[in-house]
Design a binder for this molecule. Structure first.
Ligand SMILES: NC(=O)c1ccc[n+]([C@@H]2O[C@H](COP(=O)([O-])OP(=O)(O)OC[C@H]3O[C@@H](n4cnc5c(N)ncnc54)[C@H](O)[C@@H]3O)[C@@H](O)[C@H]2O)c1
Ligand SMILES: [Zn+2]
Length: 356
């Protein structure tokens, strides 16, 4: 799959095994940054032949997604004999992607970058689109640039070792893309959600590919998030609040799935979306939102405050993307605290029943 970009067109390779790895890592100009967990799990298959001097490991936690970590990598890389022709290969999920994309962008004003996503979320969504983000002070993703990789290798073997929490988080974005696709996407996801949850390789491959093809339409038309691409933020206004308020206990894609329930409830109450569609989407979503809200110390007031604070909110209006009865998306700027509170109350009421 080829992605057109103002920076450079880049290639997404969907592969079925790890035979690609030697080609991209065994070169003295290459520096490899990997997720510590992935390094341990895949040492024999991926990292055994890479020298220690060319390797930097990061624990994939939000606290490490900082300018400090990015500069530490720059420090190591400037010590390499290679200069502007240095190559960075990163192996991990969205956290590793966000840090290394930033490094690849600023070092020598841009070096060659290969990304190997290891989570479902990074494979089906974040690996394309070129956003890099770092957390700053208490603000998530406040610093960032646009810089796509030169090539991406997606290998579904990685999904085998994902925890249920991280796997279901990835499905949150897959489901979101399918709802955005409209009736046809909804039917497709209704028919396949059980197989996806069972990690059926063939079905997962199909959905990873179709998610990327769908996202490609938006990023090729509006790479810098000024128009059409904003629609991809469907469910994210609320999702970001759930994510931060839970101190990242609720992972990104799960927060997006919860944000979808919230957005749809508001649409339904406004008379924009019929109950039948809301029910059908919720029937899919309750399968993947396995959050026990009781242990998380989040409440409706803190969620509302977080929504107001979100960096994407301009002035005092609350902006969110809502779906109508044709499953088309609209950017609305007049959301009221009360209707959001009612929707969150409805969502939390459901999640109180979860005990896992
Ligand atoms: N740049 C973008 O466009 C974009 C888009 C969405 C999300 N994000 C960011 O991505 C981050 C979330 O990323 P994520 O959900 O991909 O995961 P992650 O990088 O946060 O990793 C989640 C966990 O999975 C582990 N892990 C990774 N691969 C594994 C594997 N194959 N087997 C076992 N464990 C594995 C990690 O060690 C970690 O414990 C957030 O910081 C979010 O802000 C960025
Ligand atoms: Zn997302």
């Amino acid at each position: 799959m080829n992605i057109k970009s103002r920076f450079k067109d880049y290639q997404v390779n969907l592969v079925s095994d790890f035979s690609f790895i030697d080609n991209i890592t065994l070169d003295e100009k290459t520096y490899v940054v990997a997720d510590k967990n992935v390094y341990k799990l895949y040492y024999d298959r991926l990292f055994k032949r890479i020298s220690k001097e060319q390797l930097y490991l990061i624990e994939a936690v939000e606290e490490n997604k900082t300018i400090k970590t990015a500069l530490e990598i720059c420090e190591k890389m400037t010590g390499l004999s290679a200069r502007r022709n240095a190559r960075l290969v990163s192996v991990g999920g969205g956290i590793i992607q966000d840090i290394t994309g930033f490094v690849a962008n600023i070092l020598y004003r841009g070096i060659h970058w290969t990304f190997v996503p290891t989570t479902l979320l990074a494979s089906c969504d974040s690996c394309i689109g070129g956003k890099t983000s770092l957390n700053y002070k208490s603000f998530k993703n406040l610093l960032g640039t646009f810089y796509p990789p030169d090539e991406i290798y997606i290998c579904p073997v990685f999904f085998d070792t994902l925890s249920e929490k991280d796997f279901l988080s990835g499905l949150g974005e897959v489901v979101k893309f399918n709802f955005m696709y409209g009736e046809e996407g909804l039917v497709k996801i209704e028919e396949n959600i059980s197989k996806l949850i069972d990690r059926d390789k063939e079905v997962l491959n199909q959905f990873v590919e179709s998610s990327l093809l769908f996202k490609r339409r938006f990023i090729e038309e509006d790479e810098f998030d000024r128009g059409k691409r904003i629609q991809l933020n469907f469910a994210h206004t609320f999702g970001h609040a759930f994510e931060t308020m839970s101190n990242y206990e609720i992972p990104h894609g799960t927060a997006v799935a919860m944000g979808t329930v919230t957005a749809n409830y508001i649409s339904m109450k406004r008379g924009m979306l019929d109950e039948e569609y809301v029910q059908r989407m919720e029937n899919v979503l309750w399968n993947i939102i396995r959050v026990n809200i009781t242990g998380l110390h989040i409440n409706i007031d803190t969620i509302l405050k977080a929504i107001h604070k979100d960096k994407k909110q301009v002035d005092n209006q609350i902006t969110a993307i809502l779906m109508d009865r044709k499953m088309e998306l609209h950017i609305l700027h007049d959301l009221q605290s009360e209707e959001i509170a009612n929707a969150v109350k409805y969502l939390f009421g459901h999640l109180k029943g979860n005990d896992n």
